[in-house]
Design a protein around this ligand. Structure first.
Ligand code: ADP
Ligand code: ZN
Length: 348
């Protein structure tokens, strides 16, 4: 088992191991004084792993309750969130009790937000079950739900007490969700450049997946520790996301987040190469990773995509864009530019 410490205000560990789910109760006991535990999950993960999780927690003497919602981003609403809050209230959860988020990014975000706000904050344990959640969304304390006006508009920072990533749960992950995780994986490969990039370029397999998840989680943990609330450094993790979000939105979310990020990285890669900022060998190395993930051709940078980028920035109350440029494999930098400069850069 690997343990990564996340050195934020209230430090916590990320564990990565196969078989961790069946030891969940023991690990939870080390980090919370809870008596009651609400396990939140979605309808797909429920069928696969909920009973094992409940058993592993209950055998340590906890009163375990469950809350299951319909799988999919569409459930990431204020209503689902309030339903979880009601479940906690009706079952008499106290300030010292805890929530376990068992699932992908959607479960982690909603359950994390419920825990962040119920009685001004109770413990949450993140048990990510998708590649994306293991390497990205379960770490760092961002929680929230979507509103009719946009994604993640209602939320809070709330660090978990523990992240328990059982790698063996990835064996049931559908293809689309793999690709979703790989998009974020390529992001870490570009940022880190070392072993993560080598594994990504060789291709993920049963032999290297645990090491890969551990390295990506450690990379994110280090950045989060140095910038807990996204003041500066953490913006590096937005590589590929400015264009990625626009592509996602434009497709009305038919293109999954991770794939959109991979396209977004492709656009930044092309821009960096064509403007002479990136060596050819680095361009080819990253291009090969993108092709392995199914990104062969980049989408055209249409006026709609530019408009979506502009809208995104407006929603954040900014005229400036913090674009993450790729200077080399393992060397990315946050650059501030105006929308017009950004448009010129990516349309080169
Ligand atoms: P993400 O982690 O990509 O943000 P979601 O939380 O929406 O996404 O999860 C993606 C989909 O994968 C959901 O339909 C979810 O129920 C399903 N899922 C999550 N974990 C697993 C798993 N280990 N095996 C099979 N399906 C899973
Ligand atoms: Zn992302």
């Amino acid at each position: 088992m690997s343990e990564i410490r996340v050195n934020v205000g209230a430090p916590y560990s990320i564990f990565t191991e196969s078989g961790l789910l069946d030891r969940l109760g023991k690990e939870i006991k080390k980090v919370t004084g809870a008596h009651k535990v609400l396990v939140v999950t979605d309808t797909n993960v429920e069928k696969l792993y909920l009973s094992r999780a409940v058993e592993a927690i209950a055998c340590e003497g906890y009163d375990v309750y469950t809350f299951v919602f319909e799988a999919g981003e569409r459930s990431k609403t204020a209503k689902t969130y309030l339903d979880i809050i009601s479940a906690l209230g009706e079952r008499g959860f106290k300030r010292t009790d805890a929530v376990v988020a068992l699932g992908g990014g959607v479960v982690g975000d909603i359950a994390g937000f419920a825990a962040a706000t119920y009685m001004r904050g109770i413990d949450v344990i993140q048990v990510p079950t998708t590649l994306l959640a293991m390497i990205d969304s379960s770490i760092g304390g961002k929680t929230g739900v979507d509103l009719p006006f946009g994604k993640n508009l209602l939320g809070a920072f709330h660090q978990p007490k523990l992240v328990a990533a059982d790698i063996s749960l990835l064996s049931t992950l559908p293809e689309r969700e793999w690709i979703n995780g790989i998009g974020e994986g390529i992001k870490y490969a570009c940022l880190d450049g070392g072993r993560i990039a080598r594994i990504m370029s060789d291709g993920l397999n049963g032999e290297n997946i645990c090491e890969f998840v551990t390295l990506c989680a450690a990379y994110k943990a280090d950045i989060v520790a140095r910038d807990e609330k996204e003041g500066g450094l953490r913006r590096l993790l937005n590589l590929g996301h400015t264009v990625g979000h626009a592509i996602e939105k434009q497709s009305d979310f038919a293109i999954a987040h991770g794939l959109a990020v991979a396209y977004g990285i492709g656009v930044m890669l092309r821009a960096a190469y064509e403007s002479g900022e990136l060596p050819r060998s680095d361009f080819e190395f990253i291009s090969a990773m993108l092709e392995k993930a199914g990104v062969f051709e980049l989408p055209e940078i249409t006026d709609e995509i530019i408009a979506a980028v502009a809208m995104d920035k407006k929603a954040e109350g900014k005229d400036e864009i913090s674009a993450v440029k790729i200077a080399a494999v393992g060397k990315c930098e946050v650059c501030k530019m105006t929308l017009a400069q950004f448009e010129k850069y990516i349309r080169l």
